[in-house]
Design a protein around this ligand. Sequence first.
Ligand code: BT5
Length: 252
Amino acid sequence: KQKLATSWLGRSFYFFEEIPSTNSYCKTIKMEEGLHGAAFLTDYQTGGRGQHKRKWETSKKQNLTFSLVFCPQRKDGFILLTLACALAVLEAINDLEGLQAKLKWPNDVLVDSKKLCGILTETQFTGNQLEKIIIGIGLNVNQSKFPASLDDYATSIALEKGSPLDRETLLANIFLKLEKRFHQWENYNPRLPRSINKHMIGFGKWTRLSVNGEMLDGKHKFLGIDGTGKLLTLDKDLELNTYTYEQVRVFL
Ligand code: BT5
């Protein structure tokens, strides 16, 4: 807490030595006053989840594994909020000397084409009413070995930097960046999508992407996101296309 310079984000803080999944835990809590921006952190997550029933695997006491809960005024643009969180993580990483992280559509932070961080956003409704947004973040900080299945694909800050890092200082910096980006998101500030695009892998390139499962090799120029978080491409007939995040996968 001493290291935390935010005014509200992460000020309510819950720590679990071990838990199946911080996102699943957040689903069970009732959203009360004061919980907007609360953080739920664990040192050992045994049943971490990714998108589409995929798994998030993390080692004990080495990484940052947490969820944040929000109950915002704004009720749309959740993919943009996910990217705002990814951007905040990226900015905190790029504050460290010698690291150049990039964003990968729609929810990863990579260094040298390897995955450093994954984000899982979930929304909960009571009837039509948004009760909360849960943003789960898994960031590989000091892990030095990965399971064989992830070996070529995952990396950590310590592996990239060559030395371990104080996790608390890094977390405090992520929260600070995120508080600023969250305000931009809530206020529809056009600086947010611009900053996201600046760091997005493949931005402005004839990229390999698939739309609704169909591979479009190099036929579309990837123009990043618009102000709502939708994805834009320009095709060879100079048509501008807009896609939702579910429709598109971008390949490196
Ligand atoms: C994600 O899903 O990347 C979202 C991960 C979110 C994890 C956080 S941790 C706190 C909170 N509580 C939870 O239960 N979850 C959230 P996706 O884009 O579907 O990527 C999942 C894929 O990433 C897996 O299938 C693996 O290939 C890979 N993967 C798993 N663990 C990894 C790791 N530690 N580092 C890099 N890649 C990993």
